[in-house]
Design a protein around this ligand. Sequence first.
Ligand SMILES: *[C@@H]1O[C@H](CO)[C@@H](O)[C@H](O)[C@H]1NC(C)=O
Ligand SMILES: *[C@@H]1O[C@H](CO)[C@@H](O)[C@H](O)[C@H]1NC(C)=O
Ligand SMILES: *[C@@H]1O[C@H](CO)[C@@H](O)[C@H](O)[C@H]1NC(C)=O
Ligand SMILES: *[C@@H]1O[C@H](CO)[C@@H](O)[C@H](O)[C@H]1NC(C)=O
Length: 321
Amino acid sequence: MVRATDFLLLLSLTGCVVATFPTHVIYQSPTPIILENIAVRPSSKLLVTSIQSPTLFTLDPGAANATLDEVYTFPNSSGLTGIVEYKPDVYAVVTSIFNVTAAAAIRGSVVIWSIDLTSGSPVARPAARIPESTLTNGLASFPGHPDLVLASESYLGVVYEVNMRTGAVHVKIRGPALAPGPPAPPAIPIGINGLHVGLDGLLYFTNSLQGTFARVPLSGGAVKVLGDLGSFTHTDLYDDFAFDNKGRAWVATHPGALQLFIPLANGTWVQRTAVGDLAGSTVLNVPTAVAFGRGGALEKRTLYVTTAVGQIVAVDTGAKA
Ligand SMILES: *[C@@H]1O[C@H](CO)[C@@H](O)[C@H](O)[C@H]1NC(C)=O
Ligand SMILES: *[C@@H]1O[C@H](CO)[C@@H](O)[C@H](O)[C@H]1NC(C)=O
Ligand SMILES: *[C@@H]1O[C@H](CO)[C@@H](O)[C@H](O)[C@H]1NC(C)=O
Ligand SMILES: *[C@@H]1O[C@H](CO)[C@@H](O)[C@H](O)[C@H]1NC(C)=O
């Protein structure tokens, strides 16, 4: 769907002036750390994971001098990937013994934990294991199914359905559109990466190596590619994304951009660069994941972006570009 405000945005984004939404670095780690994923609590506080730490961190984006503080440190783990709130203030988190150089977990080490933050102190338990996985990457909630989460496996090219109550895991969707490649293999063959169920009940996902943003019915069936990074090199990669309240997808794109996918009335989607660019901008330095704020009007239009250089950047998506 396209609304008047989207048209203004399209016009401004296609004009000669390079448009970008205002950004603000709210956190810079004093030591190098690859931040990987992000969730926003009902309290407006952020939860942040890193592939280089077994600790789930929190950050108060409203604090004058925000710090990353420990929420919980998972045992038998060296790094965390996806995080999603699957029940109010209860989160699923992917933990593993993660080799950052290889961008892969040791087989057998991938455990999806549940961490309940509804009381004063975190209550964590291992909920499910994925023994064959070496990169369980993104997590998504499954609307209407409060015990289930969906997990992307970037090397195997599958979406798992994970039952957080029983620990049951099964392959929900598999196929070439989720797998890494073709085209030419780079060093790290990551296929499906970010995933979210849209308001239409379809599963939307990015495929990093194929450079696609696509959707597929959760019952399986035909994949529809909605946009791609076709003309770019393989140092450009789509990562995680978030939908805004207009159904537009904001996609973290390596090495330095947010790509905005806007659904049009005729069912096609247009893609625009909303922040940074694909040619060396460091406004966002390897953005890995995004999540919208919660709380007041300003929070709700603020998109928080984690980056591989230890920054968290706030983007005002409601400001005129
Ligand atoms: C901000 O926090 C950092 C890390 O705790 C500290 O080193 C620094 O002095 C603080 N800056 C201000 C202005 O409070
Ligand atoms: C951690 O790993 C050890 C050795 O494999 C195992 O005995 C223990 O149960 C694990 N702990 C948790 C919390 O999974
Ligand atoms: C991590 O992966 C790299 C590259 O594949 C490999 O050389 C290294 O031995 C691995 N480290 C461990 C601790 O397994
Ligand atoms: C959909 O609408 C857009 C904007 O009006 C137009 O540019 C595009 O060609 C249309 N695509 C199709 C397949 O109708």
